[in-house]
Ligand binder design. Structure first.
Ligand code: BTN
Length: 254
């Protein structure tokens, strides 16, 4: 069970706890489809048995150890072209929360929205949009944040807050801090402060300004991440030219 957070305006005011489920994104989608969800609704579970990750991957999380939740926002103020800014805002909110707990660590955002601490993934986001008629009805923001898990058998490149800090954390307290940090960034977006969000996102961007290896289709190439374009695509400076990539078009190698 989790209490309703005291420090948010509306995020988590409707808090639905399910001890076990396949996926909190699916649970939230059912609530939205049956008109039982309000803006800022949070669905959280202790045990997610068929968690879904980006690009049809599986998201595994030890029962009772981590935060696995979905937030439903109604970002009607965003047009579809700007939707990537919601992903910016949520990942910045997660970075703010991690900074408050893990001060000394290097906290970065791997485009588009993975949270990376000391070079390892600590949190993933899966955003799914529900469209009703020709309008975006709800954005379902699924978040898997590794809090107290210490062994990652199937994901050696993963870490957790407990591994970074050497202590365990209270899940309810971390949830409340997380929701408050995400809501602050969401309100920043809602009030039109997109330049600040874009600047903060660029400052936090993993591998930005460094020479690295990438793969696109079957080709490996070296380049330097230069930024994000107005459509949210990743810009990489290669030997010959500046190239722009959508989500599925590029992989980070080394
Ligand atoms: C990723 O691949 O990085 C995204 C992982 C997202 C996992 C979260 S856990 C809560 C929510 N429910 C799901 O089924 N997935 C998201």
């Amino acid at each position: 069970m989790y209490k309703i957070p005291a420090k948010t305006l509306f995020t988590g005011n409707q808090l639905v706890f399910v001890p076990e489920c396949h996926s909190t994104n699916n649970e939230l989608q059912h609530l939205i489809e049956s008109n039982r969800a309000s803006d800022g609704i949070v669905v959280i579970t202790d045990h997610q048995t068929r968690g879904r990750g980006q690009q049809s991957t599986v998201w595994e999380s030890e029962a009772g150890a981590n935060l696995t939740l979905s937030i439903g926002f109604k970002p009607h103020f965003l047009n579809l072209k700007e939707h990537f800014l919601l992903s910016h805002a949520v990942s910045l909110g997660i970075s703010d929360m991690l900074e408050s707990y893990l001060q000394a660590a290097e906290i970065k955002i791997k485009w588009p929205n993975d949270s990376i601490v000391n070079g390892k993934k600590i949190c993933g986001i899966l955003i799914e949009n529900l469209v009703g008629g020709d309008q975006l009805q709800f954005s379902v923001i699924g978040i898997g944040l590794n809090v107290n898990q210490k062994v990652f058998k199937h994901a050696p490149e993963a870490t957790s807050m407990a591994l970074v800090k050497g202590v365990e954390f209270n899940l309810e307290e971390t949830l409340h801090t997380l929701l408050s940090c995400i809501e602050k960034r969401y309100l920043q977006l809602r009030s039109g402060q997109t330049s600040a969000l874009k600047r903060n996102y660029l400052d936090a961007l993993y591998w930005r300004g460094e020479e690295h290896w990438f793969r696109s289709e079957e080709t490996r190439f070296q380049g330097v991440i230069n930024g994000i374009d107005s459509a949210g695509r990743l810009a990489i400076q290669t030997a010959g030219k500046l190239q722009y990539f959508d989500r599925k078009q590029v992989q980070y190698i080394a």
